[in-house]
Design a protein around this ligand. Structure first.
Ligand SMILES: Nc1ncnc2c1ncn2[C@@H]1O[C@H](COP(=O)(O)OP(=O)(O)OP(=O)(O)O)[C@@H](O)[C@H]1O
Ligand SMILES: [Mg+2]
Length: 272
């Protein structure tokens, strides 16, 4: 029997914006059923890498396979198997919670006969049934993130990719997002790839973490393994400092920096 292909098999991926290299020769596998946390300072290249893995950004150099399928050739098949929550908020504020999820159900070709039931289930799983008929513009930040998860889960993806799903949320809202993801993972055996700046969250949730800095993969392993390489009694935050260093001069183009700040502000405004 041949072993099944990994959920994500990323080999020598390089991505450039003009002459600037945002992802530099990234080789990384994510096993089926595991939760892998992609960590790294602002500008490390996490979102760029994640967008290539979702097929939203085409591969420039290297090779990416999702469940054995080549992202260059099997783009649509791969998209049907992926649920993605982007870093920037993606809901439609003028639509109700239910309409937002229905939109995704249609986009992902959930069969018409199953649609209502699936949308109901996704909303219920994210504990949004009571507010499903309210316009999403009235939701709190935590509710918006849970609505995006409901959208990402409505097609029952085998792979869930979350780019900073809990940024700006209070601890209770964060817990609630992770409880729901955990439950869905236990139920459907999903593979989860997430990025986060909360080291405690990564430590608690991830089977393995991968640390990026300046577009390069610096370290990958279980939280315990990585901590052991740094020092006795080290925390994941110590690991982060060790590999990301103390240089806080963010890499990248100036326009990129401005863009990041603008998008973060926009996110913050919409969440508040
Ligand atoms: N469309 C773009 N055009 C030019 N430069 C870009 C573009 N998108 C990202 N960059 C630059 O590429 C680098 C990596 O950005 P990316 O968004 O992948 O980082 P990140 O690790 O997700 O950071 P953060 O933790 O702040 O979300 C940054 O220096 C950024 O300025
Ligand atoms: Mg990012």
């Amino acid at each position: 029997m041949t072993t099944p292909a990994p959920a994500i098999d990323c080999s020598h991926l390089t991505h450039r914006y003009g002459s600037f290299t945002a992802v530099d020769d990234l080789t990384l596998q994510v096993h089926r059923g595991e939760t892998l946390g992609l960590l790294g300072p602002n500008g490390a290249g996490k979102t760029t890498a994640v967008r290539v893995l979702t097929t939203l950004t085409p591969v420039q150099q290297g090779e990416v396979r999702i469940f054995g399928l080549d992202t260059r050739r099997n783009t649509m098949d791969i998209r049907y198997n992926i649920g993605y929550v982007p870093q920037q908020l993606s809901i439609e504020a003028a639509l109700t919670g239910r309409q937002n999820v229905e939109l995704f159900a249609r986009l992902y070709d959930v069969p018409r006969t199953e649609r209502t039931e699936r949308v109901d289930q996704a909303l219920a799983a994210m504990q949004l049934s009571d507010v499903a008929e309210a316009v999403a513009g009235t939701y709190s930040g935590g509710m918006v993130r849970r609505l995006e998860l409901a959208q990402a889960l409505v097609n029952r993806p085998q792979l869930l990719i979350l780019d900073e799903p809990t940024v700006g949320l209070d601890p209770i809202a964060r817990d609630s997002v992770w409880t729901q993801v955990d439950r869905m993972q236990a139920e459907f055996g999903m593979t989860v790839l997430l990025t986060t700046h909360y080291m405690g969250e990564a430590d608690a949730l991830c089977d393995r973490v991968a640390l990026m800095h300046h577009g390069r993969l610096q370290a990958v392993g279980t939280p315990a393994e990585l901590k052991a390489t740094v020092a006795e009694h080290a925390t994941l935050e110590d690991v982060f400092r060790h590999y990301a260093g103390s240089d806080l001069t963010e890499t990248g183009t100036q326009s990129g920096g401005m863009r990041e700040v603008r998008s973060t502000r926009r996110t913050a405004r919409r969440v508040s």
